[in-house]
Design a protein around this ligand. Structure first.
Ligand code: G3H
Ligand code: 13P
Ligand code: ZN
Length: 341
């Protein structure tokens, strides 16, 4: 099966009332973990690469690894998505390389740090929507800014600094015609999201519910959705790591989001923790080992376990065979009939 547009997966998820995890990748083992988890749970998947991942894996390696994934797992509807594109140029290069979905994160300026104006965000997002939809490629946009910084991306600070304004979100979707909308409800990227189990003071599920009421047809995206499980923190710290106490987004809050329009759930940190814990364990317990396969295999298994759990919890498990993929050319034809303000 060729790579599929993200719009199709999200439309199907909306019909079925479930969410889809979008998992970040940087290398072969992470792609293998996700594809194996998808096969075992019969899940459609979104594989996403940040700018940092594209630089790390040199783009072409990433692309061909994804081609291998479609060849080896033909029964799995698979999307290759650009995570946090910082400019129309970055989105263009991803589309030219074969990504079937891009995120134009115009909530920040191209430096990936400075919060932008509403007008700037509308302008760059519209530009990307025109370019992407002409090729049948999906566009995710963002309004409001998350907290935290990953690999130089993000405004830093606390997740409450730039929450999404529901009225602005409504206007933004009308003006841009984006397929999916990432919103800021108090989460941050990375491991340090909350200093206690989050309640409504810091994780604004009420804002999400209000946005869904105003935009019932829009696919909402939750970024910064790792749950940062205590068990994964404990493994790292047991084997010599130094993570400070921290809390992520509880799975039950994500499930509440899914009941209120969330169709894409971004998870990276939980997989990073699982991989690191597994590698640290081998290094501590068997310091005589030096074959990378001795620690990469358990790392791959540990990530697969987390991804499988999320696929079941988000509800995408069992849905891989529900539909035939729509070719991108057909998606492009479909977009021609959709009007944007
Ligand atoms: O948005 C953040 C994702 O976790 C990707 O992180 O930019 O360090 O690759 P990265
Ligand atoms: P986490 O850091 O919570 O895994 O979030 C990842 C993310 O939002 C990628 O865009
Ligand atoms: Zn993100």
């Amino acid at each position: 099966m060729a790579l599929v547009s993200m719009r199709q997966l999200l439309d199907e998820a909306a019909k079925g009332g479930y969410g889809i995890g979008a998992f970040n990748v940087n290398n072969m083992e992470q792609i293998q973990s996700i594809m194996e988890a998808a096969r075992e749970t019969k899940s459609p998947v979104i594989v996403q690469a940040s700018r940092g991942a594209r630089a790390y894996s040199q783009d072409r390696f990433l692309y061909h690894l994804m081609m291998a994934a479609t060849e080896l797992y033909p029964e799995i509807p698979t999307v290759l998505h650009l995570d946090h594109g910082n400019s129309p140029e970055t989105c263009k290069s991803a589309i030219e390389m074969g990504f079937t979905s891009v995120m134009m994160d115009g909530s920040l300026m191209p430096d990936g740090k400075t919060p932008s104006s509403f007008e700037y965000n509308v302008q760059v997002t519209k530009e990307v929507v025109e370019m992407a939809h002409a090729r049948g490629v999906t566009v995710e946009a963002e309004i409001g800014c998350l907290g935290g910084i990953e690999d130089g991306h993000g405004m830093g600070g606390d997740g409450l600094d730039h929450l999404t304004d529901p009225a602005q979100a409504e206007e933004f979707v009308k003006l841009t015609g984006c397929d999916a909308l990432a919103i800021a409800i108090g989460t941050s990227h990375g491991a340090y999201k909350f200093s206690r189990k989050p309640d409504g003071e810091v994780l604004k599920m009420d804002v999400l519910i209000e946005i869904h009421k105003r935009l019932p047809e829009t696919h909402l995206v939750m970024h910064g959705s790792s749950s940062v499980p205590q068990e994964l923190q404990d493994i790292i710290n047991k084997y010599g790591g130094k993570l400070k106490p921290t809390f992520g987004v509880p799975v039950e809050e994500i499930q509440l989001g899914i009941r209120n329009g969330v169709r894409k759930v971004n998870v990276d940190t939980d997989n990073r923790l699982a991989i690191t814990g597994a590698i640290r364990k081998v290094f501590m317990e068997a310091p005589e080992k030096f074959d990378p396969r001795d620690y990469m295999k358990p790392a791959r298994e540990a990530m697969k376990k987390v991804v499988m759990e999320r696929m079941v919890q988000f509800g995408q498990a069992g849905h891989a065979g529900d539909y035939e993929p729509i070719p991108l050319e057909q998606m492009a034809e479909r977009y021609k009939t959709m009007a944007v303000a």
